[in-house]
Design a protein around this ligand. Structure first.
Ligand code: ADP
Length: 458
């Protein structure tokens, strides 16, 4: 096991890593930007190092400064969290060169799966069903591209290979708009990820987003855990995740798990990762991408399966064997729902609401877990993402879990800034959510319907 882990991240995920370190008896080092000096992760870690100004490019994304902090503090491993440097193969290589363990898959696997296009190529080779599509030569829409789009059928999804967090994605319904939309998405991806490579793919109508968590060791043992359903999204970004999926039968589950395992074996994947699929209304599923890291929504699976994925990830990186079997990984112990509570105002189209938290009471009681970095008096900075807290609720079945979630959301008191809490309660009260019959556009539709109703009432 490692002696000391440096956490190259901030907010709730840095707190989550520190908690795992403490339980494993490993020392922790926090890094922080000047804007994050008063952050909870800085106070919680055994040591902390300031790595630069507020902007992520000059701090959390600055590889040299992160590595210098690791060398200075004598850390023997770096946990990248999610976002920032977590899927950066050259950073993983730089760690490897300095003799520091990157807590994640090998850099070769990050390279093989890190962008959507190479992931699709590998998935295709591993006989994992992919969404039909085609790559674009320099983003150009020529006769060949148009012919392929007609063959696939509009609407078409234009996607940036390097995209993430819903950036660089466009649904194109009109062939005349294809070139312009591709250019816009490409520019967005170039600005956000430094890579504007685009491809097109069939737009799957009314899909669900279902993903499989993988855990693998260096000795060829791979487990695929119970699926997560992340269909409740706003503008292609996850808002609520649950497990098991109300739309997945045991047969689909097993087929998805086997597909994810084939893909992991095809690139000698070890550590944790997630294979994302779209599930169509006929029960067919299609690979979309792999996230080569632990995701925001990992606690849902921790709760349902009853394993600590963060500790498992650290142990796997330290060279230990996978601690559970495939049979154990498929065991459904309860139903779990995660709510991403963001500093956004649902009443104003989810505009960001950074600012000071005047007072704070988190929900508690049976089946309630809150992962967060907030404390009363903390000021949420405007430089980073808006995730404030993850509320993870579990109960014996989906219906009980929804009732408990509503109870817990009602107890959530974050005073001083607006949050997405009321929208979560709104979704959970909705019959379409309760029946389990909804698709990835459900939350956007709900928001639009509410806006229309409010306009009519006014
Ligand atoms: P990102 O990396 O930005 O999260 P993903 O490829 O994971 O992008 O897709 C995010 C979401 O966009 C999916 O969960 C789904 O809702 C939607 N999406 C992506 N590809 C398609 C597609 N081909 N058809 C329909 N919806 C899609």
């Amino acid at each position: 096991m490692f002696d000391k882990i440096l956490i190259a991240n901030r907010s709730e995920i840095a707190v989550r890593v520190i908690r795992a370190c403490r339980e494993l008896g490993v020392k922790s080092v926090a890094v922080y930007s000047e804007a994050d000096r008063p952050s909870r992760h800085v106070r919680m870690a055994d040591e902390s190092v300031c790595i630069g100004p507020a902007t992520a490019l000059e701090s959390y994304l600055n590889q040299e400064r992160v590595l210098a902090a690791a060398t200075m503090t004598g850390a023997d491993a770096i946990h990248p969290g999610y976002g920032f440097l977590s899927e950066n193969a050259s950073f993983a290589e730089a760690c490897e060169r300095q003799g520091i363990t990157f807590i994640g898959p090998p850099s070769s696997a990050i390279r093989a799966l890190g962008d959507k296009l190479s992931g699709k190529r590998l998935a295709d080779k591993a006989k994992v069903p992919c969404v039909p599509g085609m790559t674009l030569d320099k983003g150009k829409v020529d006769a060949k591209v148009l012919a392929r789009c007609e063959e696939i059928g509009f609407p078409i999804m234009a996607k940036a290979s390097a995209g993430g967090g819903g950036k660089g994605l466009r649904v194109v319904r009109d062939p005349a708009m294809l070139q312009a939309e591709i250019e816009r998405a490409s520019a967005e991806a170039q600005a956000a990820f430094g890579d504007g490579t685009m491809f097109i793919e069939k737009y799957i109508e009314k899909p669900r987003h279902v993903e499989i968590q993988l855990a693998a060791d260096k000795y060829g043992n791979v487990a695929a855990l119970v699926e997560r359903d992340c269909t409740v999204q706003r503008r292609h970004q996850k808002l609520i995740e649950e497990s098991p999926s109300p739309a997945v039968t045991p047969k689909i589950r097993e087929a998805m798990q086997q597909a994810a395992i084939r893909l992991a074996k095809a690139c000698d994947y070890h550590n944790v990762g997630t294979v994302e699929f779209l599930l169509d209304t006929d029960g067919r599923f299609y690979f979309i991408e792999v996230n080569t890291r632990l995701q925001v929504e990992h606690p849902v699976t921790e709760t349902v399966v009853g394993v600590d994925l963060m500790q498992e990830q650290i142990r796997l990186a330290a060279g230990e064997k996978l601690s559970f079997t495939q049979e154990r990984a498929s065991e459904i112990r309860c139903h779990a729902i995660e709510h991403r509570i963001n500093a956004e105002n649902p009443a104003t189209g989810f505009s960001p609401c950074p600012g000071r938290i005047d007072s704070l009471v988190f929900p508690a009681g049976p089946g309630v877990r809150v992962d967060s970095h907030l404390y009363p008096g903390y000021t949420v900075p405007s430089y980073y993402d808006s995730l404030l807290a993850k509320l993870i609720v579990s109960a014996e079945n989906r219906e009980a879990c929804i009732r408990r979630s509503l109870r817990a959301l009602g107890e959530m008191e974050i005073v001083g800034i607006e949050t997405t809490t009321p929208f979560h309660a709104r979704v959970l009260r909705e019959e379409r959510f309760r029946s389990g019959d909804f698709d990835t556009r459900f939350a956007d539709h709900l928001q639009a319907e509410d806006k229309e109703k409010a306009a009519v009432a006014a």
